[in-house]
Design a protein around this ligand. Sequence first.
Ligand code: SF4
Length: 83
Amino acid sequence: MPAVVDERRLCRRCMTFQEAEEAEKYVALLPQDMLVSPEKAEERMQVCEHCDLLCGSTCRACGCFIVYRANAKAGRCPKKKWQ
Ligand code: SF4
């Protein structure tokens, strides 16, 4: 476990492009009833892509890879920028 030296959040490592491709393959293998429609996921991803908290493919507010969060029915934006 990394040491917390002050109030800043520690980097959880952004995805490389190769890892992002693997994440999309992973999402494609999830049961359909766990996922939102492709249109809804794209709508969410568009909001993330214009968000100042996005770092690579990672949300700096929650530390999640946005491709997982945006595709999951249970996914939520920690800043309530999308539902
Ligand atoms: S999940 Fe919300 S806070 Fe995180 S990058 Fe997307 S829009 Fe920004």
